[in-house]
Design a protein around this ligand. Structure first.
Ligand code: ZN
Length: 100
């Protein structure tokens, strides 16, 4: 999820885990160690935690460094009945520039 350079926190990692696995992540503060690779993660700031159990303590925000992000996906065009259309906005197009 952070692949494209989205700024994320440990909270986001927990949320994603719950969505994907249907149960809470069991590790506690050790989750912060996810981001200790400073070659890979850049500290960009901090926000108040969304988790009630954190009592609105601050959590760090991280961003995957450019070198570790996958190449952006090419513009995706679908073809239906010979008509090319944007897979994002569904408009008929050859090269849509709609925001993803
Ligand atoms: Zn589009």
């Amino acid at each position: 999820m952070a692949g494209m350079g989205r700024i994320i926190t440990a909270d986001d990692v927990r949320e994603l885990f719950e969505v994907q696995h249907g149960r809470p992540l069991e590790i506690g503060n050790a989750i912060g160690s996810l981001f200790t690779n400073k070659k890979k993660w850049e500290y960009v700031g901090r926000v108040r935690s969304k988790r009630p159990s954190s009592h609105t303590r601050y959590v760090s925000q991280w961003q995957l460094k450019q070198a570790y992000r996958p190449a952006p996906a090419k513009f995706e065009v679908g073809v239906e009945n010979g008509v090319r259309f944007c897979l994002t906005c569904s408009l008929e197009t050859e090269a849509c520039t709609c925001p993803k």
